[in-house]
Design a protein around this ligand. Structure first.
Ligand SMILES: Nc1ncnc2c1ncn2[C@@H]1O[C@H](COP(=O)(O)OP(=O)(O)OP(=O)(O)O)[C@@H](O)[C@H]1O
Ligand SMILES: [Mg+2]
Length: 525
């Protein structure tokens, strides 16, 4: 009766004004304030809404009793989110905030360019008025960062390659092509000394969480690792483990496909942050000890041989980038049409190297001694990591992974383990055998049908043979290694073998020239 009386006495305008006033009075005296984050902001999707949803999903799964589940395209994980009109509390730097997921039916609407969903979804964030500043200043940024991290962890990572060279294709597409990266190597499966492994993992973790350090010290947020060691010691596996550990994408840069320094720069500009840029076998992929060429004269040579050397380089430049041919002694083409060491150093160190951030450069080589000292100078590559032949602690990791048995220091645990004696014998010969983890894994795979002890005995036999051979002929599989190297070079870089032929032709020409000179000299004498 009162209500109808009020409706009769007060006109609607007055009633609305009264309700508005009551609302204002309530908000004035309330200790709380509210932010609405709607799913669609005008006609655009609100990034903050998606970020909040993802962020809340990281802890709502353990606290909520009724959840909405979803899975995004290319995602490998289920996303949990608050059900309609549910509420959850969160703590941030000592303050408590409350999130409510508000879903209402959208009223039949006027004309819109974009088909809008029937439901209007949004989050309401409730916090104490005194906390408003902190929320605006850092809580929302924190949520965005966290959401990006969750998105990256859930999403498949990619392995990029520059098989099309360094330039954009005719349709202006990206110079990198990608495939999903699914390498199973992790630091768990990687066989190397546990202490060194831990040091590398710590270094990576510090790098990934070191944004403020890099900002404070004025350094570009990047890090370089040089992995070196004999073939099959796990350099490529280490790169995969790094990517899996940090959740980064990998850009596998094929230097032989890049024709100039500017192409190299373009490629770099098209890489994303949180990625590992890899150049494998840097000593094989391109001749990088030619920096003197850009500066003019070679380090030490007689004039005739210097001329001959120049010609040699010009032939290479021709092959790669269409130079003018023999006699172009200044090497203009050599520097313009092919990549040089200084171009590569600019790539990793120069101003361009910091477009984008949080990037890791990894170079690998089997022969560190063949690299130009400029690449090795301190500060260039932050960490030099030697991947050695299999040591005993590394062997234990391989045994654990391949034979699925946990081993303590005495070889015990799990069905009696492998036994103290067997472990001692293994320890004695492992270092002397100088076998790579790849070779040892091969033995373990071949003999995996037998029981653990017989497989290990088989391995011990092979290790002993290798150790004996090494003591007889001195040194590890250097000859094998050289052969493998040569094979790798021919397989990976057909151009290289062309270059080798060119080198031989040039050497022959040089020999003929010298013989000619001697003849001339003889005539004068
Ligand atoms: N340290 C290691 N831990 C575990 N497995 C390894 C290790 N090293 C090699 N392997 C095994 O051997 C295979 C070849 O290793 P990988 O390709 O990583 O060697 P690499 O050092 O990159 O050799 P290359 O110099 O020829 O490129 C891997 O697939 C892996 O199964
Ligand atoms: Mg490799």
């Amino acid at each position: 009766f009162c209500q109808s009386l009020l409706q009769v006495i007060f006109p609607p305008e007055l009633r609305f004004a009264f309700i508005k006033f009551l609302n204002r009075a309530f908000h004035c005296f309330s200790a709380y304030c509210y932010f609405d984050i709607t799913e669609i902001d005008g006609v655009n999707t609100n990034e903050l809404y998606n970020a909040v949803q993802l962020y809340l999903s990281s802890f709502v799964s353990t606290t909520g009793s009724r959840l909405s589940l979803s899975r995004a395209l290319n995602s490998s994980a289920t996303t949990f989110s608050l059900s309609n009109n549910d509420t959850i509390a969160d703590n941030f730097k000592g303050i408590t905030v409350h999130w409510e997921h508000v879903v209402t039916q959208r009223q039949s609407q006027s004309f819109s360019w974009r088909a809008l969903p029937d439901e209007k979804r949004g989050f309401t964030l409730r916090m104490k008025k005194r906390d408003k500043e902190l929320v605006l200043e850092s809580y929302l940024d924190y949520i965005m960062d966290k959401a990006n991290e969750i998105r990256r962890n859930n999403q498949e990572r990619l392995l990029y390659t520059n098989s099309r060279g360094g330039s954009l294709d005719s349709r202006g597409h990206h110079p990198w092509e990608s495939v999903p990266f699914k390498h199973p190597s992790t630091f768990e499966t990687l066989a190397m000394d546990p202490e060194r492994k831990r040091a590398i993992m710590d270094d990576l973790r510090e790098f990934a969480s070191g944004q403020s350090f890099y900002q404070r010290t004025g350094r570009a947020w990047k890090r370089g690792y040089l992995l070196y060691g004999p073939p099959g010691t796990g350099k490529s596996s280490m790169i995969a483990a790094m990517a899996n550990y940090l959740g980064y994408d990998i850009y596998d840069l094929e230097l032989t496909e890049v024709h100039s320094n500017s192409e190299l720069r373009k490629l770099l500009m098209k890489t994303s942050s949180k990625s590992i840029i890899v150049i494998e076998d840097i000593d094989c992929s391109v001749n990088l000890s030619n920096r003197w060429k850009a500066g003019g004269a070679p380090p030490s040579s007689s004039s005739s041989s210097s001329m001959m050397m120049s010609s040699m380089y010009d032939i290479h430049a021709d092959l790669r980038g269409g130079g003018t041919g023999l006699g172009d002694t200044e090497g203009v083409n050599a520097t313009n049409n092919r990549i040089t060491l200084s171009g590569l150093l600019n790539f990793t160190d120069g101003l361009w190297s910091c477009c984008g951030s949080e990037r890791i450069f990894v170079f690998t080589t089997n022969h560190i001694e063949k690299l130009d000292p400029a690449l090795l100078r301190s500060g260039r590559m932050d960490m030099h990591i030697f991947m050695s032949y299999c040591s005993f602690p590394a062997l234990k990791i391989l045994l654990k992974n391949y034979l699925t048995c946990d081993l303590d220091d005495d070889g015990g645990v799990g069905d009696g383990g492998l036994g103290k004696e067997l472990m001692r014998e293994l320890e004695e010969v492992t270092d002397k055998a100088e076998m790579s983890p790849a070779d040892i894994s091969e033995v373990l795979i071949k003999n995996r049908r037998g029981d653990r002890r017989s497989t290990t005995r088989e391995l011990l036999k092979i290790l002993r043979d290798r150790a004996e051979r090494n003591s007889k002929y001195g040194g590890g599989g250097e000859v094998e290694e050289e052969e493998e190297e040569e094979e790798k070079r021919t397989l990976e870089s057909p151009k290289k073998s062309v270059n080798c032929q060119e080198d031989m032709i040039c050497k022959k020409q040089q020999q003929e020239l010298e013989e000619g000179e001697e003849e001339e000299k003889g005539k004068f004498d």
